[in-house]
Design a protein around this ligand. Structure first.
Ligand code: SF4
Length: 240
């Protein structure tokens, strides 16, 4: 598959689940799928096989979002937190600087509406098919007389589109709670610390073994070392 520099080679996509309490690797595997889009189901299956239990909360980045990914955790009572595309693009500077983009409009779960920079409420109006997918459309009739309309939209009125999916809406609302945001912040620190340890402390830059099974074994040894270090850190903290 292609790597990040678009070179074709013997590359694998490394999937890893880390527990939020102790920072230990609870599950990992390699796949040849070039994207993470269909991996959430697999990750949950791996966790269930290895830990004999599903996690109560699973946090992942936007790359894992797909329709099956949403349904499976819901059926198994797992609280899934994945930011939608608008939310995950907030950190990009181009988006940060644009107050009119969907990512920067506040969504209100109770009123099912968005608040624009002029303080107007964009309410749910109707459904419309876009690129073969039905979407919920939000707008306000205040745009017509708005003094900053030219900066906000090139269209007659500003419209916000949201996929028609109750689970997505539910998760969006959950994600915007302080608890939801906290979980996501924690996730970034956890996965970064795991990869930072691999690269910077263990100087792991690439797999030395060839073949998926052998490469997985190599990563398993590194994860065991990672977990031993975490146990040691936790014991030290307890003794102090
Ligand atoms: S154009 Fe409409 S959505 Fe944009 S700021 Fe004005 S009122 Fe709000």
């Amino acid at each position: 598959m292609k790597d990040k520099k678009q070179n074709i080679g013997l590359n694998y996509n490394y999937q890893v689940a880390v527990d939020s309490k102790n920072g230990m690797v609870v599950s990992q595997y390699l796949t040849q799928n070039p994207t993470d889009a269909h991996e959430l189901f697999e990750i949950l299956n791996h966790i269930k096989i290895e830990m004999d239990i599903y996690p109560q909360v699973l946090v992942a980045d936007n790359g894992y979002m797909d329709d099956i990914a949403l349904k499976y955790p819901h059926k198994n009572n797992i609280r899934l937190l994945i930011p939608d595309r608008a939310e995950s693009s907030k950190s990009k500077s181009k988006i940060k600087e644009n107050p009119y983009t969907k990512a920067n409009l506040t969504y209100n779960w109770k009123t099912d509406s968005y608040l624009c920079p002029m303080g107007e409420q964009l309410n749910y109006k109707n459904n419309r098919k876009l690129n073969g997918k039905w979407m919920r459309v939000y707008s306000t009739n205040k745009c017509k007389t708005c003094p900053i309309k030219k900066q906000c939209t090139k269209s007659r009125v500003k419209e916000i589109f949201e996929p028609i999916d109750d689970l997505r809406l539910k998760m969006k609302a959950d994600f915007q709670t302080p608890e939801g945001k906290n979980y996501y912040k924690k996730r970034a620190n956890l996965s970064e610390s795991h990869f930072a340890l691999l690269r910077n402390i263990r100087h792991f830059q690439k797999l030395n073994r060839t073949g998926m099974k052998n490469a997985e074994k190599e990563l398993t040894i590194l994860s065991i070392a990672h977990n031993i270090q975490k146990i040691h850190e936790n014991l030290k903290a307890t003794i102090i």
